[in-house]
Each structure stands twice: as structure tokens, then as C-alpha cells.
Design a protein around this ligand. Structure first.
Ligand code: C2E
Ligand code: CA
Ligand code: CA
Length: 514
């Protein structure tokens, strides 16, 4: 806790700093001097001339530029990108002139945007502060840590004689564990995951510091594309990801038409029986050069291009083809979840198209689970969205309320839209077996669901501990890396066979319930 005096000073700084250091101040400085002279004469002019620098010092104006003249981040106190580049440049040159070694690491919090949406910007700042000091705590004195993006830190190690790949991986693991240390926030605990890319100085392509930093950033992109919590070293065969925004939009649009964006399938299982209750279809772009591109990269591009509706057609088609194929192979997959974004739900022809597709494939509507984000219901859905969801549920499709707990859907809305199941967001599930607060939240959601006669599924289940706890608390279904990662259709049959064999050999976790 801050004491009142320093709290007041901090608030004063926050209010005055933008006015004192912003461009308007520079513009008004001559006018201010003249006005002071006219109104108060030489004495007043002297007072302002001496008083203003004192005020700037008191509000921390010079501190923002740190000892090396580089601006610092007001939240973490770290140097920003410019300071990082300068520090990296020095290390780069020092290594060039000797046989010393160094490495740059770029660390990104995976869910920062979602966290600030949910808890607010102030909480986001606290999280970055916490992570920053955690990362710093595992480094040595001379190493540079900088805030190089909203949710990104850059680390440049100071030159050393011994630094091989193994050591870098170990260090990345230590930094990741430090960054992921849970953050206490307003009486609850926030769990984080982070991805890290790094590049050793002697492996950097090109001859400039910029090349070195870009290489570490490319490694980070690769780490992120392999799911949250990844660590990747730079190597020359990493796919290049130097896409500009408009390039990406065009490329994503072409990829969608060329069939390079396809559904991958992640299994969902019933906690009672251990049997497969369904799969969720998740979009993946198999890029010929960049490898697998995750939806967080291309969905915004498709959204900008107005192509979300087209994506839902592709995903629906892929999902129905998959159900048919599983049926023909004689394996029982009750339903497949397809995600529909707001833009797709605004299409007045959506319900009719889904009906037509189901009939074309001769599939019962309950085989399709329509996943709608909880936020769709809280953003005052327009009439078309309401009509679409109602029509789909009346037709017999199942409706899953996605990311439950991140929006504020009312019980009335849950009822009105005939939701069949709520998908408890991953943020409630993380470390639930170790944190009584998480357990309380999950229990509250589960008892509400039971009263309303809704089914439940927990997302992002990564460990057997989480799985066992959710089963014990009475959550109906689970989905997550701990059960199975999203996979291309071709791999699903093998996964199903292996899962069924496992079920026969061992008692499933969920069967412990009385
Ligand atoms: P979502 O609908 O909440 O999907 C679950 C996301 O969590 C998926 O990320 C999945 O890969 C990831 N996930 C699953 N299990 C775990 C776990 O145990 N741990 C962690 N850390 N993550 C796990 P993905 O595939 O990257 O998709 C991200 C989001 O993109 C989805 O979130 C969904 O909102 C959106 N999305 C994906 N495919 C489509 C699509 O076809 N249409 C639309 N409209 N949105 C899509
Ligand atoms: Ca979903
Ligand atoms: Ca979700």
C-alpha cells in the first residue's frame, strides 16, 4: 500500500505531467513568459523562470528520461523501445569486437488484451508492473529489461563468455515461470501465460542490431503460433512473418478462397463417462511459407475484409463433412461446435443457410453446436442477431455460450436465447485445483447452471488436477490441452481410437463422483 503523502504526489504527477511535458507547454512557453512580465513585472518573470524547472523536477519530468537520456515507461519504470535498441547496440558491438556471447529475449503476455478488457487498464498496468519486476528478479545486474510494447518486454543479456542454446532455453524457462507468477488483484488472483522468443547474438541474421531484435521477435511469433506458453529460439529456417496489415488482409482473403484456412478439431469429453461428447472446430491457416497461423493473427484481417461470414460457411462445411466422416467410420461424436462471431450473426440469411446445409448432409440439427460469445448478448444484440439465435435453437441446434464469465449476460438473456450449455472461460479454470478462490467462482457458476438446467463445459483444462477438480465439482464436460490439442481432421480418428483404448484400460477421472 502507498502512504497518503506519496499517493497524493503520484496523483499530482499524473495530472500535471501531461500538461507540463506535452507539446502544448512548449507552444505556450513564450506566451506565458510575456504574460508574466506584463502582469507582474521582472519579479514575477524571475519567479516563473526559477519556479518552472523546480515544478518539472518535482513532478518527475527529468526522471522520465532516466540517466542515459532515454525515456522510461511510467508504469514499469523500464526503458522503452529506444532505450532497448541503444542497449542492444552496445552489446552487439561489444560482442563483435570479442568472443563474448549475448542473447535477446522478447517476452509477451498471451492474454493481456482479454485481461484489460475484463479487469480494466489500471489492472493491466499492475500486471505489467508485477511481471516486469518478476522478470528482472531472475536476471543479473548488467542485463537490460525494457518495455517494448503494451504486453511485451525485451531482455538483452550483457555479454558473457559462456552462453549456449541450452543455457538460453533454461533462462527463458526461468523468465517464463517468473512472468507467470500469479498476480493478486482486487481480492482475486489473476493467472497469466507468456510466450518467449529469443535469438543468440552469433546466430542473428544480418549485421545490424535491428536484424538481431527482429530475429528474436520472429522467434516470438513462432512461439505464439504454437499456442500459449511457447518458447522458441531463432533459427534461419523459421518462417518469415514480415507481413504488413494490408498485405495480411489480402493474403488471408486469398487463403480463405484457396481453402488454406480450414477447421482443426479439439476434443471435448464428458466428465461422468470419460466419453467424447464433441469436438470444437477452430480455424487454422496453413500458410505455405509461414507454417501454421493462429486465428488471433488472421481473424482481425478477415474481419476488416468483411469476410467473417465466408469463414463461417467454410467452418460449417468442414464441421459437417467431419461429422459425416466420423459417422461413416463408425465412431460416435455427438456434436461439433462452430464459432459464430457477431459479424456472422448479423447475416439475415444465416439460419436458413444452416438449415439448408444440415439437410444437404442429412444431419440432425442437434449435431451442430452454435458457439456464441457471451459478449454478443451483452452488447445489446440487434434484431437480426436475436432472430438468428432464436431460429437456430428452434430448429434444434444446440447453443453454447462461449467464454462465460468474461461478459455480463443476464439470466433473462440466457433464458431468452435457449442456451443449452455454458462454456466456463479458461481464466476461471487455470490452477483451479490449487486456488480456493477459483474453486468458489466455478462452484457458483455450476450451481447457477444447475438451477437453470444448463449443461456446463470447462475450457482450457490443462492438468489432471484441474480435470479431477472440475469432475468433482460436477462440471459436465471438459476441453483443453490436457485432454487433447486442436488437430487436423486426419488425426482425429487415431486420437479417438487411442482415447477409447485408454478408457477401457483405466477408470476415467470423472467417474469418481458419487
Ligand atoms: P475460443 O472459441 O475460446 O477457443 C478456444 C481457444 O483456446 C482456442 O484458441 C484453443 O486452441 C485454445 N485452447 C484450448 N485448450 C486450451 C488449453 O488447455 N490452454 C490454453 N492456453 N488454450 C487452449 P484458438 O484456436 O487460437 O482460437 C482463439 C479464438 O479465435 C477462439 O477462442 C475463437 O474465439 C476464435 N476462433 C477460432 N476459430 C474461429 C472461427 O472459425 N470463427 C470465429 N468466429 N472465431 C474463431
Ligand atoms: Ca469457442
Ligand atoms: Ca472460449
Amino acid at each position: 500500500m502507498m502512504n497518503t503523502g506519496s499517493g497524493l504526489l503520484a496523483r499530482l504527477r499524473k495530472i500535471l505531467a501531461p500538461a507540463l511535458f506535452g507539446p502544448p507547454m512548449l507552444a505556450f512557453l513564450p506566451a506565458l513568459s510575456l504574460a508574466t512580465y506584463w502582469l507582474g513585472g521582472e519579479v514575477a518573470l524571475l519567479a516563473v523562470a526559477l519556479g518552472l524547472p523546480v515544478l518539472i523536477v518535482a513532478t518527475g519530468g527529468f526522471a522520465r528520461f532516466g540517466g542515459n537520456g532515454m525515456p522510461h515507461d511510467s508504469v514499469t519504470g523500464m526503458v522503452l523501445r529506444d532505450g532497448f535498441e541503444k542497449a542492444a547496440e552496445q552489446v552487439f558491438e561489444e560482442c563483435s569486437a570479442s568472443n563474448l556471447r549475448a542473447a535477446i529475449f522478447v517476452i509477451e503476455l498471451d492474454d493481456y488484451r482479454a485481461l484489460t478488457d475484463r479487469h480494466g487498464q489500471e489492472a493491466g498496468d499492475r500486471i505489467m508492473q508485477h511481471c516486469g519486476s518478476q522478470i528482472t528478479s531472475v536476471l543479473r545486474e548488467g542485463d537490460t529489461v525494457a518495455r517494448i510494447g503494451d504486453s511485451r518486454f525485451g531482455v538483452c543479456l550483457s555479454p558473457t563468455l559462456q552462453l549456449d542454446l541450452e543455457l538460453c532455453i533454461q533462462l527463458a524457462g526461468r523468465m517464463q515461470a517468473a512472468a507467470e507468477e500469479p498476480v493478486p488483484l482486487d481480492g482475486t488472483t489473476v493467472y497469466l501465460s507468456s510466450s518467449i522468443g529469443f535469438c543468440q547474438r552469433h546466430r542473428a541474421p544480418g549485421n545490424t542490431t535491428t536484424d538481431w531484435i527482429s530475429a528474436a521477435t520472429a522467434a516470438l511469433a513462432e512461439a505464439r503460433s504454437n499456442g500459449p506458453g511457447g518458447i522458441r529460439a531463432f533459427s534461419t529456417d523459421l518462417p518469415s512473418r514480415g507481413n504488413t496489415r494490408s498485405n495480411l488482409r489480402e493474403e488471408a482473403a486469398d487463403a480463405l478462397e484457396a481453402g488454406h484456412i480450414q477447421a482443426w478439431f479439439q476434443p471435448q469429453i464428458c466428465t461422468d463417462t470419460g466419453r467424447i461428447s464433441g469436438f470444437e472446430a477452430l480455424a487454422r491457416w496453413s500458410h505455405p511459407v509461414q507454417g501454421l497461423v493462429p486465428p488471433s493473427t488472421f481473424l482481425p484481417a478477415l474481419e476488416e475484409a468483411g469476410l467473417m461470414d465466408r469463414l463461417s460457411q467454410v467452418m460449417l462445411y468442414n464441421a459437417l463433412v467431419a461429422i459425416k466422416a466420423w459417422d461413416e467410420a463408425g465412431v460416435h461424436v455427438p456434436s461439433v461446435g462452430v464459432n459464430f462471431a457477431t459479424q456472422e450473426l448479423r447475416n439475415p440469411g444465416l439460419a436458413a443457410r444452416v438449415k439448408w446445409e444440415l439437410e444437404r448432409f442429412d444431419l440432425a440439427p442437434e449435431r451442430l453446436c452454435v458457439e456464441i460469445l457471451e459478449t454478443v448478448m451483452t452488447d445489446q444484440p440487434d434484431d437480426t442477431i436475436t432472430r438468428n439465435i432464436t431460429a437456430l435453437s428452434e430448429m434444434g441446434c444446440r447453443i453454447d455460450l462461449d467464454d462465460f464469465g468474461t461478459g455480463h449476460a443476464s439470466i433473462a438473456a440466457v433464458r431468452r436465447f435457449s442456451i443449452s450449455r455454458i462454456k466456463i472461460d479458461r481464466s476461471f479454470v487455470m490452477k483451479a485445483d490449487q486456488d480456493p478462490e477459483q474453486q468458489k467462482l466455478i462452484s457458483a457458476v455450476l450451481s447457477m447452471a444447475e438451477r437453470l438446467d444448463l449443461e456446463t463445459l470447462a475450457e482450457g483444462v490443462e492438468t489432471t488436477g484441474e480435470h479431477a477438480l472440475l469432475a468433482q465439482l460436477g462440471c459436465g464436460h471438459v476441453q483443453g490441452f490436457g485432454i487433447g490439442r486442436p488437430m487436423p481432421f486426419d488425426q482425429t480418428l487415431d486420437w479417438i481410437t487411442a482415447h477409447q483404448a485408454k478408457l477401457q484400460d483405466t477408470p476415467a477421472i470423472g467417474r469418481q463422483r458419487p
